[in-house]
Ligand binder design. Structure first.
Ligand SMILES: Nc1ncnc2c1ncn2[C@@H]1O[C@H](COP(=O)(O)OP(=O)(O)O)[C@@H](O)[C@H]1O
Ligand SMILES: [Mg+2]
Length: 228
């Protein structure tokens, strides 16, 4: 079975900064739901950016779905991300003046691969996801800027999930929610990932969420760079 993520001797530094990450070895298998924890500033978002091919490692190997991202150019990495990943950003990065439904289906515009994986027309699949994520139908044609933070979060999740990406990456997506809503959101995200066969890498500094996951990784333990 091809590993979902395979890292060996990965090193990364932001320009003109000391080394931030050195991960000797990490393997994540398909179907795992991984929780990555670490204090603010420890490099969690940077690691996710590397996994998604937004940043590139300066040394080492970073293989996602059998593809070594360190060997791909910028355009190929953008293509890979659009085709195989769903990303829930901390600040959501939704298009504020587009409707809820348009934001969800926008993820398909840049990926023929995701379009080919749809089991129903794009609008029908968007509607299914929004229903599963419990976003009231009355909001679907509204511009996303008119929604609450919790509602926007569900739109961001639906956008990440559409087209059944092999890997869903979530960067502290619950930090703006209260405790009850956090757990409800995660349960919905899990259910949908399970149903469509997406693996999940979820980053948070909230220890309350840890027990919900099949695997917990501490970035401070994983990272050989001593940041203190
Ligand atoms: N785009 C960037 N350019 C330069 N430095 C950055 C950038 N993003 C993050 N950093 C630096 O990398 C370090 C880790 O940041 P980050 O990965 O956002 O940590 P976390 O997500 O764990 O809070 C911080 O020192 C931060 O200033
Ligand atoms: Mg972060």
């Amino acid at each position: 079975m091809t590993a979902l993520i395979d890292i060996a001797e990965l090193r990364f530094a932001w320009p003109d900064q000391p080394e931030l990450l050195h991960i000797e070895q990490l393997t994540v298998h398909p179907g795992e739901r991984v929780f990555i924890k670490g204090p603010s500033g420890s490099g969690k978002s940077t690691l996710l950016g590397l996994l998604a091919g937004i940043q590139t490692a300066s040394r080492g190997r970073l293989t996602v779905l059998g593809q070594d991202l360190t060997r791909l150019g910028g355009h190929a990495r953008d293509r890979f991300r659009a085709d195989h990943l769903g990303y829930i950003f901390q600040q959501f990065n939704l298009l504020p003046f587009l409707s809820v439904q348009e934001n969800v289906t926008a993820a398909l515009i840049f990926s023929r691969h995701k379009r080919s994986r749809l089991r129903a027309p794009a609008e029908v699949e968007a509607a299914r996801l929004l229903t599963e994520l419990q976003l009231p139908r009355a909001l679907w044609s509204k511009p996303v800027h008119s929604l609450s933070i919790g509602q926007q979060q569900r739109v961001a999740a639906a956008r990440a999930l559409i087209g059944r990406p092999e890997l869903v990456i979530a960067d502290e997506p619950t930090s703006a929610l209260d405790t009850d809503n956090r757990e409800a959101f995660i349960e919905l995200l899990f259910a949908e990932c399970r149903q469509q066969g997406s693996s999940l890498v979820f980053v948070s500094h909230d220890p309350y969420l840890e027990p919900l996951f099949s695997r917990v990784l501490s970035l401070s333990e994983l990272n050989k760079v001593n940041l203190c």
